[in-house]
Design a protein around this ligand. Structure first.
Ligand SMILES: [Mn+2]
Length: 333
């Protein structure tokens, strides 16, 4: 029913769907990042600006660096028992990616689902799907919706959406950054987002454990151009007195090396949960496909997946796959 609509038509249809309902549940993916949290809270502020009732639920804790965002204290860890009139899923290619279980969703019963995403691997899991792979962040889609709705873009909402776009563009460095991204940022700053204060919270408020862990990972680093990789074990985490949150972003250092086209960071998970992989690439190489090959997903230049342990087996597996893919691509070039 809602397929093949233009960007503007999608927005109008979505505003109609929102207008016809009163109570909303907003959620996004497990291990939430700046776009997941910023766009969800931005959506909360938008809906409340329209006089709606909103519950925002995340299955995982909110990283410390995002706790300055307005509305963070309202976020709950369980799904509401009273079914909302609609559920809005952001940055998720299916409800399972929220980290809430099938049983938790079943308790809520069938709910009209609105799915807003910019992942290439985004599936049409909702009753209404708005998948825009060229958007720099889901936060920019929420911004377009806010502008079209005529709601007041408050400093609180502007700060949430600016945080989403800043972090998902790698501080305006990723390939998804265009002139329109800066125009969006300009408007959000005019509406009250403070770039310096946001940067202080996100980039200059790190716990020391994060840098001890980075040190351990970089000591493990291997470079075999055009591939670079590094890993950390649970022992490294303990020794650094670091949290899972502290491992976010380490892979970005590996892709920063000249001549590296694909980088992979491997993190040992507790028990038999396996090895978590974060992948990054420069423009030419598609790591979303690599991750999808192992049941994961993401963007062309940033993706993730989980492989069975031990660490050495996971490393051999991903490196063999990357070497094959890269040499095939080089042959094709
Ligand atoms: Mn995103």
């Amino acid at each position: 029913m809602y397929h093949n609509l233009s960007h503007r038509e999608k927005i109008d249809a979505l505003l109609q769907l929102i207008g016809d309902r009163q109570r909303f549940l907003v959620s996004s993916h497990a291990r939430p990042d700046g776009d997941a949290i910023g766009s969800s809270l931005g959506m909360m502020h938008l809906l409340e600006g329209l006089g709606k009732e909103v519950v925002v639920a995340f299955s995982d804790p909110i990283p410390v660096i995002y706790r300055m965002l307005s509305g963070v204290d309202r976020i709950v860890k369980t799904l509401p028992t009273t079914p909302p009139d609609a559920m809005i899923l952001l940055e998720c290619d299916c409800s399972a990616r929220t980290g809430f279980t099938r049983a938790e969703f079943a308790d809520m019963g069938k709910v009209f689902t609105i799915n807003i995403d910019h992942h290439l691997s985004g599936g049409n899991c909702g009753d209404f799907n708005w998948i825009q792979p060229d958007a720099s962040a889901v936060g920019s889609l929420v911004y377009d919706l806010a502008v079209a709705s005529g709601v007041d873009i408050t400093p609180e909402m502007a700060t949430c959406l600016y945080t989403a776009v800043l972090t998902d563009t790698g501080s305006f460095t990723y390939a998804s950054t265009r002139a329109s991204t800066f125009a969006l940022a300009e408007h959000l700053v005019e509406r009250g987002a403070n770039p310096n204060r946001i940067a202080q919270a996100i980039y200059y408020s790190n716990p020391p454990g994060k840098f001890r862990l980075l040190g351990a990972a970089l000591r493990n680093m291997q470079v075999e151009l055009p591939i670079a990789w590094a890993w950390i074990t649970l022992d490294d985490m303990d020794a650094a007195d670091a949290t899972v949150e502290d491992s976010e972003g380490i892979v970005n250092y590996l892709i920063g090396i000249a001549g590296v086209e694909a980088a992979v960071f491997l993190r040992q998970l507790p028990g038999e949960a396996g090895i978590r992989l974060s992948l990054r690439s420069k423009e030419g190489f598609d790591v979303a496909q690599v991750a999808e090959n192992f049941g994961g997903g993401g963007h062309r230049n940033a993706s993730g997946c989980t492989l069975p342990g031990p660490m050495s087996a996971a490393m051999d597996c991903i490196l063999a796959h990357l070497r094959t893919q890269l040499s095939a691509q080089t042959l094709l070039a």
